[in-house]
Structure formats: structure tokens, C-alpha cells
Design a binder for this molecule. Structure first.
Ligand SMILES: Cc1ncc(COP(=O)(O)O)c(C=O)c1O
Length: 418
């Protein structure tokens, strides 16, 4: 049973862990790979960080919810300082210059020619998923999504009075994929929408052009709307992989797709709540806006400011981030590969590793690793119990310590219950 004394000693222990890791950086400056110091351990305790507060006063390294422990790009921080020093924070329209910056980045990254009036601003992507589901058909209709997936993909249809139909992803030849025959069998006369996560959280896949063409063909044959959540589009880790927004595959799929985007994951500004939907078809856009009603609030004006600076000036930082995350990903792959009972497939995009712990025989692996000092997400929340999700968007020494604790816990278990 936890006592006050234990909490104090845990708090001291995490402070010691922090100091030790920070010292490691000071004495090992060579780990800094770029002008942006991703190795710096920034103390996020006492900042109401959701990620860190879960383990307040406990010596647990939080590698769960999907934000990163890095400072945002310097250009974003400067733009926010400038906007704050203006000192007047009234109702704010979406800046035209922000739409121009988004459009330029979509043209540069995906050769996608988006018109300004296709953009609908949103305070969050989860809001976008829920609005999209409300705009699809009527109460009682069905919405397909692949499982495992980020939990709001399961809840958004249900919260909208629709039924969520899960089509499982399978690990085939080391890659998570859907089975086209199973997808086909999921169709009923009431299916209205396919919710796609692209790139995919949590399995880390960058869907190939061929896979997305299958999605397009499926949607067209069954007259479905596709809602594609591309929030992780800027986080492709492998140089030989490319993300394609499904809407860019041709005019027919474009007119039936709602693409949800945000700078929040890539530039680490999720607390500033600025996202967008790109919907080229006027009818679809009208039904999306109608479903927003007067319920969805304005985007926070600092969200607009940060988003514009990120899209306009963040590319150099993003490239350095990708290089750092790639090395973190490799460290995770290498470490997990050594651990008894754990396996994972390559993470092609995102900073999230999806780890199969079923062979360990541990019934609640997230709970087991938490007790051992590493806080992971429980795969059950994503639709697959026995898995854990590990967020490697953090300074490498912190990640290495989290992985070391996982290894120590598994080795100890092996010795005590062979
Ligand atoms: C696929 C996906 N969509 C949406 C979100 C959350 O978006 P928001 O914070 O803008 O609601 C996340 C966060 O992890 C995510 O992984």
C-alpha cells in the first residue's frame, strides 16, 4: 500500500533520475546531432502536462500519450512571443496568410493543389473525426475503421449514433495490413463512411500508393465517404517511403474525401489546438460545416500563430527532428529485439512503437512496465490487449532509461518465474 513516505521518496528518486540524465547530456555534448538540441531534457513536471502529470511524484518515465518532450521550432516560439506581446487577444478570423502557408506546404509535399475555400478550420483533429461521423448518413448507419487504431476512431461513430465496424489489421510478412476480402465483407447497405488513419497510429505504417488505391476503389464501388486522418503525415521516418493523401489519387476519390490535417504532431504544438479539414466537394463541405453547427468553438488565436510559423519556417527543424526520431526508432527496435517475449514491426512513420507483449505471458503488460518505472499506453485501448504503445518522441537518454527499466523488469521476471 502506498504511504506518504513512499511518495516523497519516489519524488526524490525521479528528481535524481532527472539530474543524472541531465548530467549525462552536459558531459556528453557529442550526442547533440544538430543545431536543435533534441537531447536536452526539459523538465515538464509542474506544467500541467498530461503526459507527465499521470505519474506525478512517482519515478515513472512517461512514454505514453502522443506529444513529444522537445521544445517547438524556434520560429514558432518567436512568433508566439511576438503575438503575446501585442497584448490584445480578441476574436480572430483564420488568417489568409495561414491558409496560404498551408496550401504552399501541401503543394510542396504532395503536389496537391488545394483551394483556400476547401479548408475548414478546427480546434482539434478528434473534433474533426466526430464532426465527420455526424455528417455521414443518418443515425443507425455504419462506419468502418481498421483495428487497432487510435481510440477516438472507435468512439466517434458511436458518439454520433452510428455503428463502428472494425476490420482487423493483420501482421503479414512483418507489416500490418488489411485483408481486402475482410474489408469487402464488412460492407452492408448501411455503410456510409471509411475512417482511415494515414499514416497509421499505432502500427506506424505509411500506406503505399497501391494500398490507398484499394481504399479509393473500395470507396468508389460502395459509394462511401472517406475521412482520412493524416495528422502524422509530416512524420515519415524512412527516406524510401512517401505519404500520399488519399484525396490526391484522382478526382473521383478527391470528391468523396475529407482529409484532416494539423501541424500539432509534427511541430509539437498539440496544446495549441489548431487543425483543419480539407474538403474539395462543396456538398460534403456543407454537410461537414452543418454538423459543426454552433457547437465547435473558434481556433485559439495562438494556435493560428503557431501553425503559421510552423508551416512557413519549420521545415529545417522538422528534417532535424526526423533524423533524431529515426535514431530513436532504431534504438527502440534494437532494444525490443533483445527483450524476451517482446516483438515489434518497423515503424515507418510516427514516433510510436507498437509492441507485442503477448509472448511474455504477462496479462497486463502496460501495468507491469508501469510498476517497473516506464509508462506506456495499453494496447487494449487501441483494440488489441497484450500490446503496448511506446512513444519515442523524447530525448534519447530518457528513452534509453525507459528501455533499460523494461529490460531489467523482464530479466527479473525471467529469473524469479522461469
Ligand atoms: C491519429 C490521431 N488523430 C488525432 C489525434 C489527436 O488530435 P487532436 O489533439 O488535434 O484532437 C491523435 C493524437 O495522438 C492521433 O494520433
Amino acid at each position: 500500500m502506498a504511504t506518504g513516505c513512499e511518495t516523497i521518496s519516489d519524488a526524490r528518486q525521479i528528481s535524481r533520475t532527472f539530474r543524472d540524465l541531465q548530467d549525462q547530456i552536459i558531459h556528453n555534448g557529442a550526442q547533440t546531432v544538430t543545431d536543435f538540441n533534441f537531447d536536452e531534457i526539459i523538465d515538464r513536471r509542474h506544467t500541467s502536462s498530461e503526459k507527465w502529470d499521470r505519474y506525478a511524484g512517482r519515478d515513472v518515465i512517461p512514454l505514453w500519450v502522443a506529444d513529444m518532450d522537445f521544445r517547438s521550432p524556434p520560429a514558432v516560439i518567436e512568433a508566439l512571443h511576438e503575438r503575446v506581446s501585442h497584448g490584445v487577444f480578441g476574436y480572430t478570423s483564420p488568417p489568409t496568410s495561414l491558409a496560404e502557408a498551408v496550401i504552399a506546404s501541401l503543394e510542396r509535399d504532395f503536389a496537391w493543389a488545394v483551394q483556400p475555400d476547401w479548408i475548414v478550420w478546427l480546434p482539434g483533429l478528434v473534433t474533426g473525426l466526430n464532426v465527420a461521423c455526424r455528417s455521414a448518413g443518418v443515425v443507425g448507419d455504419e462506419i468502418i475503421t481498421f483495428s487497432p487504431v487510435y481510440p477516438p476512431f472507435f468512439s466517434a461513430p458511436t458518439l454520433s449514433g452510428r455503428t463502428t465496424v472494425r476490420v482487423p489489421l493483420h501482421l503479414d510478412g512483418g507489416r500490418w495490413q488489411w485483408d481486402p476480402a475482410e474489408l469487402e465483407r464488412a460492407i452492408t447497405p448501411r455503410t456510409r463512411m471509411l475512417l482511415l488513419c494515414s499514416p497509421h497510429n499505432p502500427v506506424g505504417r505509411v500506406w503505399t500508393r497501391e494500398e490507398l488505391e484499394q481504399v479509393a476503389d473500395f470507396a468508389e464501388r460502395h459509394d462511401l465517404v472517406v475521412c482520412s486522418d493524416d495528422i502524422h503525415a509530416g512524420l515519415v521516418l524512412d527516406a524510401d517511403k512517401a505519404h500520399f493523401p488519399v484525396a490526391t489519387l484522382g478526382p473521383e476519390i478527391d470528391r468523396r474525401t475529407m482529409t484532416l490535417l494539423a501541424p500539432s504532431k509534427t511541430f509539437n504544438i498539440p496544446g495549441l489546438g489548431c487543425s483543419l479539414a480539407v474538403i474539395s466537394d462543396p456538398g460534403l463541405r456543407r454537410s461537414f460545416r452543418k454538423a459543426m453547427g454552433r457547437i465547435v468553438p473558434h481556433v485559439n488565436l495562438l494556435g493560428y500563430t503557431a501553425a503559421e510559423a510552423a508551416y512557413r519556417f519549420g521545415e529545417e527543424w522538422r528534417k532535424a527532428l526526423i533524423s533524431y526520431l529515426r535514431d530513436n526508432r532504431d534504438l527502440v527496435m534494437e532494444s525490443i529485439g533483445r527483450l524476451p517475449g517482446l516483438t515489434m514491426s518497423p515503424v515507418e512513420a510516427t514516433y510510436l512503437a507498437w509492441i507485442d507483449a503477448r509472448q511474455t505471458g504477462i496479462s497486463n503488460p502496460a501495468g507491469f512496465f508501469e510498476t517497473s518505472g516506464t509508462g506506456l499506453s495499453d494496447g487494449a485501448d487501441f483494440g488489441l490487449p497484450g500490446f503496448v504503445r511506446l512513444n519515442f518522441g523524447c530525448p534519447r537518454p530518457l528513452l534509453a532509461e525507459g528501455l533499460r527499466r523494461m529490460e531489467a523488469a523482464l530479466r527479473h521476471k525471467e529469473v524469479s518465474c522461469p
